[in-house]
Design a protein around this ligand. Structure first.
Ligand code: GRF
Length: 202
């Protein structure tokens, strides 16, 4: 049973997708051991409590990034975490956290990376006028939204789309691919060749 730590800052719908997958037995034997937030009022913390999962909060404000990430690593290690899932975690991860979990941090992003990294990816896609956007799960490295790509799902951009309607459609894709990617990693089905992540069975 591998222990997962999920890092959030807000709503936590991707966290919920991971919880649901775990409850269906679709998380490759993984179990969410702790949900950590840097925002005390994050609604996702309530989702974790409802599912009986331990929660932790630390305020990042006023702390140097490395010091804060040292605290995050400590919390995660105290819960025996081996895999870290960023799920709407609005913080850049520093080398301190990367070194604590080498090759074991995943993130989900609401665009087909490398297009539209950073915040408001759905608005960026609309403003650029792309006809397809989507969702990406990738391994986290020291650069923003830039690590090796594990899974992607394309989502059409419709003429009638607003930022909200596109975000909602992309979110459904996020909820499908994130648990699958976590499962593949936990089942040892990922191998990395340069930037290419090969997923056995896919
Ligand atoms: C998602 O769109 C995720 O890709 C992005 O932030 C949003 C978080 O949503 N990083 P939620 O908190 O998982 O509902």
């Amino acid at each position: 049973m591998q222990r997962i730590g999920v890092l959030i800052s807000g709503r936590g719908s991707n966290l919920q997708a991971l919880i649901d997958a775990q409850q269906r037995g679709e998380l490759g034997g993984g179990r969410i051991a702790v949900v950590f937030s840097n925002v005390e009022s994050a609604p996702g913390l309530e989702r974790a409590r409802r599912a009986g999962i331990a929660v932790a909060f630390r305020d990042h404000r006023g702390l140097p990034r490395e010091v804060f990430d040292g605290e995050v690593a400590e919390v995660l290690k105290a819960h025996g975490v081996e895999l870290v899932c960023l799920a709407g975690y609005m913080r850049l991860v520093s080398p301190v956290l990367l070194r604590a979990f080498p090759g074991r941090i995943l993130n989900v992003h609401p665009a087909l990376l490398p297009a539209f990294p950073g915040v408001k990816a759905q608005r960026q896609a609309l403003e650029h006028g792309v006809k397809l956007s989507g969702a990406t799960v990738h391994l986290v490295d020291e650069n923003l939204d830039a690590g090796p790509i594990v899974a992607q799902e394309a989502v059409p951009v419709l003429s009638s789309d607003t930022e909200d309607s596109l975000a909602a459609r992309i979110l459904e894709a996020e909820h499908r691919i994130y648990p699958r990617a976590v499962r593949a990693l936990l089942e040892g089905r990922l191998s990395i060749a340069g930037r290419r992540v090969l997923v056995e069975g896919e």
